[in-house]
Design a protein around this ligand. Structure first.
Ligand code: TUI
Length: 307
């Protein structure tokens, strides 16, 4: 399936992997790239030299295009922005902020820039700043989210910009892909579906928590701090939401989640760790390879879209 996104990025299928903190490392990025999608290394809060190593390791595993997600709340974002250029990465997605100040650097070095946004205003601002495409991410997503749903956000952004739009949030099968296309998207970005990929290095406990999750098993923590984060319900979320309701300070709430994503992803602590996942977790039932995930979705979507 050709779209402006497959042409822009030189990939076979219009499927992009989310740049998930701790999860989106070189093995997953290379597996998605080798399966014909766009793999991403999630720089998250990693030190710049770790990001450089991840990029080099991914290059050893694939000769297909892959990108880096720069998380803009990272105090090291500026150094990471330079590492991406130095290592010759050709695509960057950004999250959790406005990448405006890095746009000139990236554009001057031929890097394609795809900001992830959660509002029409930010999408328009990014187009004016020179973005090559936009990921419109709905609040069905895991992790740091905005307040619009994918259903409402995608068509409004499609109407507001002329660069291609990638839909994200709540998509994990061919029906979701086809729906995104109907809303005007030219690709999808998926996170939760790739968390449980066979090639994903995520701890087995985390994968099982996603696989066992039902539709209603996620919560949004941190709404009061200005950083709403969707995670699967556990002891941590129950304590967090109770404290949040009692009006706990930002610092007290931060203590509950400090290092908690790493604890869940790497150590498998799904009781007091942060198990970030989207609302579509309820539909994900088994571990599959990235190739099976991507080809399954494309086959189902092409059949639906040809009816
Ligand atoms: O970035 C994400 N998802 C993430 S980042 C992350 S790491 C983290 N951990 C703890 C606390 C905070 C972050 C986990 N999940 N998705 C992309 C995304 N970007 N969703 C929403 C936004 C966004 C929000 C505000 C993009 C731009 C924006 O602009 C605000 C402004 O005006 O600067």
């Amino acid at each position: 399936m050709k779209t402006r996104i497959t042409e822009l990025l030189g990939i076979e299928y219009p499927i992009i992997q989310g740049g998930m903190a701790w999860v989106a490392e070189h093995n997953l990025a290379a597996a998605v790239a080798n399966a014909g999608g766009l793999g991403l290394i999630g720089a998250a809060s990693a030190p710049p030299e770790v990001v450089r190593e991840e990029i080099r390791k991914a290059k050893e595993l694939t000769d297909k295009p892959f990108g880096v997600n720069v998380m803009l709340l990272n105090p090291n974002a500026e150094e990471v922005a330079h590492v991406v250029v130095e290592e010759g990465v050709k695509v960057v997605t950004t999250g959790a902020g406005n990448p405006g100040k890095f746009m000139d650097l990236w554009k001057a070095n031929g890097v394609k820039v795809i900001p992830v946004v959660a509002s029409v205003a930010m999408a328009k601002m990014m187009e004016r700043a020179g973005a090559d495409a936009i990921v419109a991410e709905g609040m069905e997503s895991g992790g740091h989210i905005g307040s619009q749903t994918t259903m409402t956000l995608v068509p409004q952004i499609v109407d507001a910009v002329s660069i291609p739009v990638i839909a994200a949030g709540g998509i994990a099968d061919g029906r979701g892909f086809a729906a995104a296309k109907m809303l005007g998207a030219e690709a999808v970005q998926m996170g939760t579906a790739f968390v449980v990929a066979k090639e994903s290095i995520v701890h087995e406990n985390y994968k099982q928590k996603v696989i066992k999750a039902k539709d209603i098993d996620s919560e949004v923590t941190g709404a009061s701090t200005g950083h709403p984060i969707r995670v699967l319900r556990n002891k941590m979320t129950r304590e967090y939401l109770k404290k949040e309701q009692e009006g706990a300070s930002f610092e007290e709430l931060e203590l509950l989640t400090l290092g908690s994503l790493r604890k869940a992803v790497m150590e498998g602590d799904v009781v007091t760790g942060s198990v970030m996942a989207g609302q579509i977790a309820g539909m994900i039932k088994e571990e599959k390879t990235c190739k099976e995930i991507i080809e399954g979705i494309m086959n189902e979507a092409e059949e639906l879209l040809s009816k």
